[in-house]
Design a protein around this ligand. Structure first.
Ligand SMILES: [Zn+2]
Length: 172
């Protein structure tokens, strides 16, 4: 169990893409490499001091692996959050959902030509990925994140979309 204000570090196998994306949005450092098998990724995770998340039954009995039985990413997310508590409101939008790069908060003046005018007008600050350049908005609203998480936890059978978070990003 990690401290509440420390973001745990994970590795997620290639069947857990959506879970990895959500964990990153919540501030967790999640390694993914679709070229690696689960066993290869576990090797990498160990070398890197990461917690391995997997749906691969072949490695489920390893003591340092978290095996997720559910196919549903919400169920998977609930299980991981229950086990490794970190404050999503505090850590949210510190990691890029796509490439796991670190996000930097910038004032909107830097992005005037990169985001739609209505987005520019309604946000004072943005988060920009140092890895891939992706721009996130609604990134500095912990209340919004709290609602997203609450909705996710409460509605396991809601639509299959990624909620408002997915719409908060645009390619840079
Ligand atoms: Zn990125």
């Amino acid at each position: 169990m990690t401290e509440p204000d420390v973001s745990p570090r994970f590795a997620a196998d290639r069947t857990l893409g959506r879970l990895a994306k959500w964990l990153r949005l919540l501030g967790a450092d999640v390694l993914r490499d679709d070229r690696l098998t689960a066993a290869q990724l576990l090797h990498r995770a160990r070398a890197d001091g990461r917690i391995m998340l997997t749906r691969d039954k072949r490695i489920r009995t390893a003591p340092d692996v978290v095996y997720l039985a559910s196919h549903d990413f919400r169920e998977q997310l609930r299980e991981v959050l229950a086990r490794y508590r970190f404050d999503p409101c505090r850590r949210a939008f510190t990691r890029c959902a796509v490439c796991n790069g670190e996000l930097r908060i910038v004032g909107r003046d830097a992005l005037r030509r990169r985001v739609p005018p209505f987005v520019y007008a309604s946000n004072e600050t943005f988060a920009v990925c140092d890895g891939c350049g992706r721009v996130y908005w609604n990134a500095t609203h912990p209340e919004r994140m709290r609602r997203e998480i609450a909705a996710l936890a409460a509605a396991p059978t809601a639509d299959e979309g990624d909620g408002g978070l997915a719409r908060s990003s645009v390619k840079g």
